[in-house]
Design a protein around this ligand. Structure first.
Ligand SMILES: Nc1ncnc2c1ncn2[C@@H]1O[C@H](COP(=O)(O)OP(=O)(O)OP(=O)(O)O)[C@@H](O)[C@H]1O
Length: 300
């Protein structure tokens, strides 16, 4: 469990994190979302004791990071996959990490196997692809078999197979009862990966709830309808106070359920070629929620 209370970080006049309170529960994947500069990395650094809060605090299973006796056993993190000496092999990097944290050497082979990096482990890390670097970073986070895991942009630059692999890994870690906190700008991926979301903008909390609820609250479900008799259908829909927008030869209906539209069509002998409920996306929800918090809009 991660608990942030009134967490605040100022750099001179910049308020990077502003009175932020949230909790990250075990057994779930919690996504950490926010526009560029929202304060996600700063928050993660404070969780890991790499930055000292100006005010407020963040606790890891009830304790401050600085009070953890063997941090890697309690909390593992991937903050920057490039944080590896380029001339060291992946294996040597992990062995050094294990030794400096009092972890057994056999754990190195275990985590290399877990992330599928056993083959190239003896090659110099400077020659690793981005995907291999991410896997090595994740191996480092898993080294101490911690109950809490933090991943900052783990799918950054990965190919579809790598992204799918990360999604499955995060789900497995959560299923094992771990606390998994992960930031990403890939919203379609987060919609499939995260059970819960913490959304911030300009350092402040915008939403903390389930991914489904975030989408439901910030978007409107619509129904897409195609019919050869649109002219007869439209007055029936607007007669029930629905709002209709014609788009690409179809009608997008706001404010009326698919079932009711089907009933109206059937009882009036109107043929339908399509009747498909459309769910709002996390992208739409995110845009709406963070509209006020984006520092720079395109075209400015
Ligand atoms: N060491 C620092 N000194 C001064 N300002 C900083 C420092 N680190 C971060 N900031 C500022 O704090 C704010 C939050 O930055 P942060 O990197 O935490 O955001 P982020 O949500 O991780 O952004 P991104 O999605 O672009 O990675 C930004 O305005 C940034 O410029």
């Amino acid at each position: 469990m991660i608990e942030a209370t009134g967490l605040t970080k100022r750099y001179g006049k910049t308020v990077a994190v502003d009175d932020l309170s949230f909790t990250v529960a075990p057994g779930r994947v919690t996504g950490f979302l926010g526009p560029n500069g929202a304060g996600k990395s700063t928050t993660m650094r404070m969780i890991l004791g790499l930055d000292r809060p100006t005010a407020g605090r963040v606790l890891i299973d009830g304790r401050d990071y600085r009070d953890l006796h063997r941090p890697l056993v309690e909390i593992g993190a991937l903050l920057d996959a490039k944080w590896v000496h380029p001339n060291r092999s992946g294996h040597a990097h992990l062995r050094w990490l294990a030794r400096s944290n009092g972890l057994p050497a056999r754990r190195v082979d275990e985590v290399l196997d877990l992330v599928g990096l056993t083959g190239p482990a003896k090659r110099r890390a400077g020659g690793y692809s981005l995907g291999m670097q991410q896997r090595l970073g994740i191996a480092g986070a898993l080294l101490g078999d911690p109950k809490i895991l933090l991943f900052d942009e783990p799918v950054n630059g990965l190919d579809p197979e790598g992204i799918l692999w990360i999604r499955r890994l995060l789900h497995r870690l959560a299923d094992e009862g771990r606390t998994v906190f992960v930031s990403s700008h890939l919203l379609s991926e987060m919609a499939q990966t995260a059970h819960e979301l913490v959304v911030i903008g300009k350092g402040r909390l915008i939403a903390q709830t389930s991914t489904e609820q975030v989408i439901r609250d910030a978007t409107e479900d619509t129904v897409r309808v195609r019919s050869p008799h649109v002219d007869r259908l439209l007055p029936l829909l607007t007669g029930e106070s629905a709002r209709v927008v014609e788009l690409d030869g179809a009608v997008v209906v706001h404010g009326l359920q698919a079932g009711r539209i089907g009933e109206l069509a059937a009882s009036n002998g109107i043929t339908l070629h399509e009747l498909s409920p459309q769910r709002g996306s996390l992208e739409e929800a995110f845009m709406r929620l963070t509209r006020e918090s984006v520092e720079y809009h395109a075209g400015e």
